[in-house]
Design a protein around this ligand. Structure first.
Ligand code: SAM
Length: 228
């Protein structure tokens, strides 16, 4: 479990009140159908309010997506929990996250013991989040700025790949960078609505696809997304 030795100067540090709000959020996610105790435990540990602009901190423990600037959002906690549950992350696994955004999902994956590679397309968000994760004591992640729709071939293969933006189709480069036995979770569909998809790589050429609930994500930009 990561420690939180320092907080951004203007942020309210973690407190009894915040921990209580997180417990209430975990209860709400459990009521909405999240079953994996490890995922619920990680949501209960990560101080989501510290991934917000301090002016909007009071929104942090509502089960809602929220703007983080640059036209992007921090995903709804239910969505984070849903995707993380489908991903079935085990400690020590190499996980690629496409769409670092605020860094919150990355912190959840680190709390589950993953070795996280995360890539963000937007340079302003990338710089801000790199600084924030460092300040919060999450030092284990490998952060990259660039087009994550084509993955990180130099660091492949990955045990798990998680895409936190909407793809028009399964991104082929990400399928290729999945280890045999690995799982890819990605929302796929139109720019308006997507279905959550999980793909298991069963052999070098064998992939099994499962479709789950509908969601609405911001678009995945880039070569294997909707373009730039
Ligand atoms: N996981 C994030 C969090 O915990 O805050 C939420 C991600 S937000 C819903 C989607 C992010 O994907 C945005 O920050 C956006 O800039 C990023 N994105 C979109 N296309 C991308 C691409 N091709 N490569 C990397 N990041 C991308």
């Amino acid at each position: 479990m990561p420690a939180f030795p320092a907080f951004p100067a203007d942020a309210a540090p973690d407190s009894y009140r915040h921990r209580g709000q997180r417990r209430a959020l975990v209860t709400e996610l459990s009521r909405k159908g999240i079953r994996d105790e490890r995922v619920l435990g990680a949501i209960g540990q990560v101080p989501r309010h510290l991934f917000f602009n301090p002016a909007f901190e009071s929104h942090a423990y509502h089960d809602k997506a929220f703007p983080i600037g640059e036209g992007q959002t921090i995903s709804q906690p239910y969505t984070v929990a849903y995707q993380t549950e489908l991903l079935q992350v085990q400690p020590g696994q190499r996980v690629l996250e496409v769409g670092t955004g605020s860094g919150y999902q990355c912190a959840v994956l680190l709390t589950l013991g993953a070795e996280v590679y995360t890539i963000e397309y937007n340079r302003v968000l990338f710089e801000r989040t790199r600084q924030r994760l460092g300040q919060l004591g999450y030092r284990g992640a490998h952060l990259f700025c660039g087009d994550g729709s084509v993955g990180l071939p130099a660091h492949a293969p990955f045990d798990r790949i998680l895409v936190t933006a909407a793809a028009p189709a399964l991104p082929r480069p990400l399928l290729e960078q999945l280890r045999v036995g690995g799982l890819l979770v990605v929302p796929v569909g139109s720019e308006q609505t997507q279905r959550m998809v999980r793909v298991a790589r069963e052999s070098a050429a064998g992939f099994a696809r499962e479709d789950f609930a509908e969601f609405r994500f911001v678009p995945l930009l880039g070569a294997a997304g909707w373009g730039s």
